[in-house]
Design a protein around this ligand. Structure first.
Ligand code: NAD
Length: 307
């Protein structure tokens, strides 16, 4: 599948690299308003292709997006000292205005995949600016938080993360909801599994995992200045689900009419992803306190969007 990636920074280049290594895309165009950066990243990623199937990787312009199935948006500006969150949003909206129109002019049938933060609000912005149906504008949302939750549960229970079925829903941010009540290993409730393998998940273990998931980005950014590999892996998995029309259940963000009595707003729920974009949303049977936390997360997002 051919994709475009707009914003060739840490996240965009990691997404390109992961798409090459997992063979999710065979043709990748990197676009950045710093063309030297786009060229350098494209060259570097290209040099990995002989080890992984030989995809075409190049820096380009919007005209090169003809025939792409999806455009990944990972372009953004960083918060300035003293700048409010809403002011930052305004500047990122201007970045999206500069990107979405030329991208869709070149590739009117493309799906949009939004990674730029604050990702839920930027997914709403992209939906509004593009005029596309919400199901064709996929925010990466809590794809990464869900992956972190699964990785930590897998480590605790000494089982493959691919056997862990657990979701983080709501905002990609502090108010996100770790859905413990519906987490399973295979089809076995996590509580039952933890007891059976004698690796209990008591209050303390759960609190440690919750803290590590919720504060992962902060910790990584303190160490290296940004996060990129986890989200790069998540984007490549999304691209593969689209390419193969997999109907894969993933926690991704999308503009949604009503969530816990609030809306419309974009936030992450388990959604089925295929060639047409998001084809279904299925809310699990959450515990009452998790429903309340999801409602709180929706309130936080509505406030952050200035509504
Ligand atoms: P970065 O600064 O390394 O890269 C951003 C790139 O965007 C830069 O190369 C810049 O030149 C480019 N850019 C800015 N305006 C542009 C425009 N109008 N047209 C084209 N390119 C433009 O930042 P990064 O670390 O790659 O992060 C990118 C975004 O992804 C940020 O908003 C970050 O918060 C977000 N992010 C999201 C997740 C997630 O889980 N969704 C995880 C990590 C980072």
């Amino acid at each position: 599948m051919k994709i475009g990636i707009i914003g060739a920074g840490a996240v965009g280049s990691a997404a390109a690299y992961a798409c090459v290594l997992t063979r999710a895309a065979h043709d990748i165009v990197l676009i950045d308003h710093d063309p030297a950066r786009a060229h350098a990243e494209a060259q570097d990623v290209l040099h990995a292709t002989p080890f992984a199937g030989g995809a075409r990787v190049r820096a380009g312009s919007y005209d090169d997006l003809g025939g792409v199935t999806a455009v990944v948006i990972a372009a953004g500006v960083a918060q300035r000292p003293g700048e409010s969150r809403l002011e930052l949003l305004g500047r990122n909206e201007a970045v999206f205005k500069a990107i979405i129109e030329p991208a869709l002019a070149a590739a009117p049938d493309a799906l949009l995949i939004v990674a730029t933060n604050p990702v839920d609000i930027m997914t709403e912005v992209a939906t509004r600016l593009s005029g596309l149906p919400p199901s064709r504008v996929i925010g990466t949302g809590t794809i990464l938080d869900t992956a972190r939750f699964r990785a930590l549960l897998a480590r605790h229970l000494q089982v493959s993360p691919e056997s862990v079925h657990a979701y983080v829903l709501g905002e990609h941010g502090d108010s996100e909801v770790l859905c413990w009540s519906v987490a399973t290993i295979g089809t076995i409730p996590i509580e039952v599994y933890a007891k059976a393998v004698d690796r209990p998940l008591g209050e303390e273990a759960r609190a440690a995992i919750d803290h590590a998931v919720r504060h992962a980005a902060q910790k990584i950014i303190t160490g290296k200045g940004y996060t990129n590999y986890g989200i790069g892996g998540g984007v490549s998995r999304l691209v593969r689900a689209i390419d193969d029309d997999e109907h894969l259940l993933m926690s991704v963000s999308m503009l949604t009419e009503r969530v816990e009595g609030r809306g419309p707003l974009a936030l992450s729920l388990p959604r089925v992803v295929g060639r047409a974009g998001i084809v279904e949303t299925v809310l699990p049977d959450l515990a009452p306190h998790e429903h309340a936390e999801l409602g709180h997360s929706a309130d936080v997002l509505l406030r952050a969007a200035g509504r």
